[in-house]
Design a protein around this ligand. Structure first.
Ligand code: B12
Length: 364
């Protein structure tokens, strides 16, 4: 039991509801906590949010299928809505504080921003929520139409950072400060500040408290993205189709066995894989390339090594030796000789993979 009154047993029961896609059970449990006096904020942040992290772990480890993850996330989404409406609306006082909540371009992890929006509403903010993958153009037109005091931008995936940069710049050019959050912005929001964000908060509670403390938010961020990095990033984006085709070719030679594995996205083959498998495989390789590009853009190799860590764990959990990732970094380095920042990032990726492989061979 912790200070919120949410016990480990309650958490375990909620996990079972998610595993069984038991909407009724989840709602009864979560709303029951609110009616018995636990704050809605504690239920959202102490029950639903950590349960979603466990959902991700079960998917990553291969224990759950994508369909199970979708069903569980749907139940969490319903729970967030029910908990928010079960809580008493705060009494509004003074002039309204307008927050526009949006997900980064390409970002479909909507639930984190949804939880943030509800927590801010519970704290008395007026919130307008735009949902998943908002383009800079859409964001700007909404900013102009609705005049928020601050934009709260959510990013879960690091490879979306260059796109988040465009949104941050767009809002700041319109004179509206940007608060950022989500694991995509790195440890303690390090990459958010590199992209010029004005504020960062680690979770929805910190976000509400920081805004209340520093109201009204002001423009104070400064982007440290370097021109040379933008040039190399742009080159990687331009060459993406060609690099993807090259990677698919290299990996086919190194790992012909991947074709026979229905449990992992098939690396795109010119023949032998269905359209769907081809699409998934291309997406998988594309994410690695996009992480490389994002790392170069932000100027931090950890954006790339973090994605390699995820990919290696994903393969290991499916009994595939992550050596194909090493083949990939080498193949890319071979093609990208004229790009010093990219080469430096690939070398860091290679070092990470070699160390990981050595560690995994070491007896416990
Ligand atoms: C549900 C889910 C999905 C759902 C999202 C549905 C939805 N409507 O949200 C779907 C199916 C769409 C999805 C897709 C993908 N996902 Co997913 N997903 C998840 C999962 C299981 C839960 C996400 C979540 O709700 N977290 C709970 C929230 C509450 O936590 P949170 O992010 O920490 O949010 C808090 C703070 O960060 C903060 N915060 C968040 N935003 C903001 C904004 C501001 C301004 C502030 C101040 C604070 C703030 O406040 C929140 C509340 O306190 C995670 C696992 C995980 N560890 O999170 C994987 C996870 C994020 N997904 C992952 C992956 C790989 C993908 C895909 C690439 C999978 C694929 N297609 O093969 C795609 C990418 C889609 C895309 N382009 O966006 C990986 C990412 C790993 C990585 N390094 O790349 C994860 C970590 C799973 C894993 N362990 O492997 N996913």
């Amino acid at each position: 039991m912790n200070a919120t009154g949410i016990t480990d047993a309650v958490r375990a029961d909620f996990d079972v509801c998610l595993a069984d896609a038991d909407e009724g059970g989840a709602l009864e449990l979560a709303v029951g906590l609110v009616t018995s006096g636990v704050s809605a904020e504690d239920v959202l942040l102490g029950l639903v949010a950590p349960a979603q992290v466990r959902v991700g772990e079960r998917w990553e480890s291969g224990e759950w299928t994508v369909a199970q993850e979708h069903a569980a996330t749907h139940v969490s989404r319903l729970t967030v809505d029910a908990v928010a409406s079960a809580a008493r609306a705060p009494v509004g006082g003074g002039s309204p504080r307008h927050v526009l909540v949006a997900c980064g371009d390409g970002e479909w992890h909507v639930l984190p921003s949804h939880i943030l929006a509800e927590v801010l509403r519970l704290r008395g903010f007026q919130v307008r929520s735009l949902g998943g993958s908002v383009s800079p153009h859409e964001l700007l037109s909404d900013v102009h139409q609705n005049g928020p005091d601050v934009v709260a931008l959510s990013c879960t995936l690091t490879f979306n950072l260059p796109l988040a940069h465009r949104q941050i710049e767009t809002c700041r050019c319109a004179g509206v400060p940007v608060m950022t959050g989500g694991p995509g912005f790195g440890p303690e929001g390090i990459w958010a500040y590199a992209l010029g964000a004005d504020l960062y908060a680690a979770d929805a509670r910190d976000a509400a408290e920081a805004l209340l403390r520093h109201w009204p938010p002001v423009l104070r961020g400064e982007s440290s993205v370097q021109d040379g990095a933008v040039e190399e990033y742009a080159a990687l984006v331009r060459r993406r189709p060609d690099l993807l085709a090259h990677l698919a070719h290299v990996l086919r030679d190194v790992f012909p066995g991947l074709r026979e594995r229905p449990d992992i996205p098939n690396i795109p083959y010119s023949s032998g894989s269905s359209g769907r498998e081809h699409e998934e495989g291309t997406e998988f390789l594309g994410r690695l390339l996009d992480s490389l590009a994002a790392a170069v853009f932000v100027g931090d190799e950890r954006v790339f090594t973090g994605q390699l860590a995820f990919a290696a764990a994903y393969f290991s959990a499916r009994s595939v030796r992550p050596r194909c990732l090493l083949a990939m970094t080498d193949a890319l380095a071979d093609r990208l000789r004229g790009s010093p920042r990219t080469l430096g990032t690939l070398s860091a990726g290679r070092r990470y993979l070699v160390t990981r492989e050595a560690d995994s061979r070491r007896p416990e």
